[in-house]
Write a protein that binds this ligand. Structure first.
Ligand code: NAI
Length: 283
């Protein structure tokens, strides 16, 4: 089976980015969202990003048009009936994802691979709600998708070698570097990144250093492009807290205990950039 036609479900921040890179790489793509407004917004976002690439001479106008001609909006999951691959990027909620995968299992052709872009939910559990667990896999892209090179390819307990190989090849066709990851809470990216962010919050909480100084240490001392607290504000403090809770519960180790200061900020609605205030304030 060769992957030719792809559906991306969820036209939000991640789904629109995934649909864009798939279309740019020559795949026929359906971008699906159940919310018409979100779908229009996602399609417009892609068009704007491609137009900017043309302006900056990173892409020709004809490449942009060819990319857009391969990309179609979709508001019904039934449109996945002739897709070879579906990449799900809906909200991070197990019940919503389970329902989407059960429907896709009925709609898509027998050969189709079903992938999830989840950043924290167990792939093995998603596999298990379908009748084709060996053809279900995690494809964890990084934000912003058109810019970031990495894809974590996550094998559920029942994912077959054939499915893994197909998705690994697909990631290369998208001009990404993939890594093979087994299904454990946080995979690799968040298991390593989030405890570092959480520890940075602890250093502020315990009065070891100021927010700015913690970020300066990691930027100038470790050559990180962005300090951990700036990064936390960018990701969203609610998302950081949620992932720490997944690690804490899933791995059962107190070293993953979310910092009380992180909890307090989230309770106050200080969610980072998106709410105008987190460790820093934004206009
Ligand atoms: P988002 O909230 O921007 O977009 C989600 C979209 O899914 C919305 O447009 C919503 O209308 C749509 N949707 C919800 N239920 C649906 C359904 N049943 N059928 C069709 N569409 C549906 O979310 P975002 O940030 O794009 O995240 C999506 C997924 O990607 C989540 O699983 C998240 O954990 C994961 N992820 C997010 C990253 C990030 O930095 N935002 C990074 C890596 C993964």
């Amino acid at each position: 089976m060769t992957i030719k036609k792809v559906m991306v479900i969820g036209a939000g921040q991640m789904g629109s980015g995934i649909a864009q890179v798939c279309a740019q790489s020559g795949f026929d793509v359906l971008l699906n969202d159940m919310n018409k407004e979100a779908l229009d917004k996602g399609m417009n976002r892609i068009e704007k990003l491609l137009a900017r690439s043309v302006e900056k001479e990173r892409m020709t106008e004809s490449d942009k048009e060819a990319t857009m001609s391969r990309l179609k909006p979709s508001s019904m999951l039934e449109d996945a009936k002739d897709c070879d691959l579906v990449i799900e990027a809906v909200v991070e909620n197990m019940d919503v994802k389970t329902s989407v995968f059960q429907q896709l299992d009925e709609i898509t052709p027998k050969h189709a691979i079903l992938a999830s872009n989840t950043s924290s939910l167990p792939i093995t559990e998603i596999c298990a709600v379908t009748k084709r667990p060996e053809q279900v896999i995690g494809m964890h892209f990084m934000n912003p998708v058109p810019v970031m090179k990495l894809v974590e390819v996550i094998r559920g307990l029942q994912t077959s070698d054939e499915t893994f190989t197909k998705i690994d090849e697909m990631a290369k066709q998208l001009n990404k570097t993939s890594v093979e990851v087994n299904d454990f809470p946080g995979f690799v990216a968040n298991r390593v990144l989030m405890p570092m962010i959480n520890e940075a919050v602890y250093t502020v909480y315990e009065g070891v250093a100021s927010v700015e100084d913690v970020d300066t240490v990691m930027k100038l001392g470790m050559n990180h492009p962005m300090g951990p607290l700036t990064l936390a504000d960018f990701i969203g403090l609610d998302t950081c807290l949620y992932i720490m809770e997944v690690l804490h519960e899933g791995l059962g180790d107190s070293k993953y205990r979310p910092c009380p200061l992180l909890r307090k900020y989230v309770s106050a609605g200080w969610l980072g950039r998106k709410s105008g205030r987190g460790f820093y304030t934004y206009d």
